[in-house]
Ligand binder design. Structure first.
Ligand SMILES: Cc1ncc(C[n+]2csc(CCOP(=O)(O)OP(=O)(O)O)c2C)c(N)n1
Ligand SMILES: [Mg+2]
Length: 597
């Protein structure tokens, strides 16, 4: 992990400087070495200093992409991701990426130069009120109201991003970069999170000691707090099966015998069946988001009578979605260590039935793998119909091949879409900071730029994005960034010729009345990628999938970005939001043809 101390130190002592210098030196103080964005006159005086400050400016194709790159960078490094743009339109382009970073708990600092203070409110060029726009998608907003406070407020925006685990905004009237000020560059705050209150830890330990069937639900807090080893130690002490929370498949090593896979949409039946038996659930580093424990595969698995111990670093998340018996506001790793200290050497009820439970865990895992092996394609009527005469690959078979060929240490980002969602069953990791899904914000177009940012933070790790063809149409522009800035990644594009996830709702609820879901007339994405200077292959056969992925990952070492265009059938897995849709009711005569029969 990058630590600020490894980086060049900023100037010390109170002295005369320009606000641009104060701003850039504060970035240096916080260890910033990469900033993503698009050039703009609003902050050019500061940008001019970047090279001498040792800061690389990564010039992107669209500010949204730059924001996602900052997010990916932050999620891999545990350090700030930073993005900057031109006041007005450059800044409004950051809205989606900032909202996504908010729900991914990424410490992204969104730097938003704004129109000059002397013309603010006069409706000048590129003016919009930049604070309200971000007010609900940031943890903190700093507005530089006086050029003399540039370093102080810049530093606070960086401190708060780590402290509150989410994006912050630094809003700077563009004229405030100029002038003379006298200041000292503040040192970054280093605030350690603790293990939680003694009383709640004692209560949690008592519950766990008395549990007949304890199950751990490992969440993103373990990843963000670098607590994987502590979570493993606690799981082993209790010999408790470990499910991972939705889209945090990297929160516990998949090779560990106690790992059971993800809960939630397209998750693991083994994890669901085992957690359903729990009498005590330890939700370790998870906010238990409402989407993460939805019924799936026809299983309503959440154990409603179990006692729940929830550990989250944000006190506001405790007991918010699920009723809890004990809520612990803590760093997940530190809390796990404190629980191990309390439980070690103590009689544990779960010891008595240990052998039977472990046999159960192994059997459920085996059963799920066997089912996945046999589940080569979707079996609903519509999927069978559209794939019958297709020469294309079944998505599930292709995903299984990708899983088998996944290079060691790979980082995988996933987009929002039907095939990306199905991939959840096939994504297993052995180390944290490996999976970067579009989290609860769920925006199409997330995965590709995010993996580009991840690669900047971890250039030696293979970087792979899973993207549906619709989402690819939104985000492929960042291939320019890969080529121009020499950031080699692999994009696996699932070409099913449709906005599949939404089409599935038409199939399930609207009697196949398709509106706006077919992506007819798409270009060859492989040809487009080649024209943009990347390597590209169109993959038609399942047997070519693994070799193509391995070759593309190897090509990253030679600086090459590769697009693998996977030609897949139009079959579709279970829908996203069965919970949120209803069969159509129509009252007006003219719409009766669309009423549910
Ligand atoms: C920015 C944005 N626009 C629209 C949606 C609604 N949406 C969710 S999934 C989806 C379809 C994704 O299609 P594609 O990327 O081709 O993947 P597929 O479902 O076909 O696998 C859409 C449009 C969204 N989540 N985000
Ligand atoms: Mg598609």
């Amino acid at each position: 992990m990058n630590k600020p101390a490894e980086f060049p130190l900023p100037v010390t002592g109170r002295q005369k400087m320009t606000p641009s210098e104060a701003f850039v030196e504060t970035l240096v103080a916080h260890g910033v070495r990469n900033v993503f964005g698009i050039v703009g006159s609003a902050y050019m005086d500061a940008l001019d200093l970047f090279p001498l400050a040792g800061i690389r400016f990564i010039s992107v194709a669209h500010e949204q992409g730059g924001g996602h790159m900052a997010d990916g960078f932050a999620r891999v490094s545990g350090r700030h991701g930073v993005c900057i743009a031109q006041n007005g339109p450059g800044i409004t382009n950051f809205v989606t990426s900032t909202a996504a970073a908010y729900w991914a708990h990424s410490p992204v600092v969104v730097i938003t130069p704004e129109t000059g203070s002397m013309t603010l409110g006069l409706g000048g060029f590129q003016e919009t009120d930049q604070l309200p726009i971000f007010s609900r998608i940031t943890k903190y907003q700093a507005h530089v109201n006086n050029r003399a406070r540039m370093a102080e407020l810049t530093s606070r925006a960086f401190d708060r991003a780590l402290l509150e685990m989410g994006p912050t905004q630094l809003n700077i009237p563009r004229d405030f970069f100029y002038g003379d000020i006298e200041c000292e560059i503040p040192r970054p705050l280093a605030i350690e999170r603790g293990a939680g209150g003694e009383k709640s830890l004692d209560e949690a330990a008592a519950l766990l000691a008395g549990a007949q069937f304890p199950v751990i639900l490992a969440g993103g807090g373990i990843v963000m707090g670098d607590g994987a080893a502590d979570a493993i130690a606690l799981a082993e002490l209790l010999q408790a099966p470990v499910a991972v929370s939705y889209l945090h498949n990297d929160a516990f090593p998949a090779t560990h015998p106690l790992w059971c896979g993800p809960l939630g949409y397209q998750g693991s039946k083994a994890a669901m069946k085992l957690i359903a038996k729990a009498d005590v659930v330890l939700a370790l580093g998870t906010r238990l988001g409402p989407f993460g424990t939805l019924p799936q595969h026809g299983l309503d698995y959440w154990p409603k009578n179990a006692k729940v111990v929830q550990v989250d670093a944000d006190a506001k998340m405790l007991g918010l979605v699920k009723a809890v018996s004990v809520g612990i506001c803590a760093d997940a790793g530190a809390a796990a260590r404190a629980l191990v200290a309390r439980l070690a050497g103590r009689p544990l009820a779960s010891q008595a039935n240990r052998a039977a439970r472990l046999a159960d865990v192994a059997a459920e895992k085996r059963a799920w793998e066997t089912e996945l092996d046999a589940w080569t394609h979707e079996k609903d009527a519509w999927s069978l119909e559209v794939s019958r005469d297709s020469s294309h690959m079944h998505p599930r078979q292709m995903l299984r091949e990708l899983e088998r060929a996944m290079p060691a240490g790979a980082m995988v980002s996933t987009d929002i879409g039907n095939i990306c969602s199905v991939s959840n069953s096939y994504l297993r990791f052995d180390r944290p900071r490996s999976m970067f899904a579009a989290m609860s914000f769920g925006n199409c177009g997330y995965a590709f730029p995010t993996i580009v940012g991840a690669k900047v933070a971890a250039p030696d790790r293979p970087a792979i994005a899973y993207v549906g063809d619709g989402a690819w149409g939104m985000s492929f522009g960042e291939l320019q960034t890969c080529v121009r800035e020499q950031i080699p990644v692999t994009a696996v594009v699932f070409n099913n010729g449709q906005w599949g996830a939404e089409k599935k709702n038409h199939v399930d609820f609207y009697e196949n009345r398709f509106v706006g879901v077919n992506l007819d007339g798409q270009p060859s994405w492989a040809a487009v990628a080649q024209a943009m200077g990347a390597e590209a292959h169109r993959i038609e056969k399942v047997s070519d999938v693994g070799p193509a992925l391995r070759a593309a990952a190897t090509a990253q070492r030679d600086g090459k970005t590769t697009v693998l265009e996977m030609m897949v059938t139009r079959e579709l897995g279970d829908p996203f939001r069965r919970d949120a849709l209803a069969l159509p009711v129509r009252h007006l005569a003219k719409y009766q043809a669309t009423a549910a029969k």
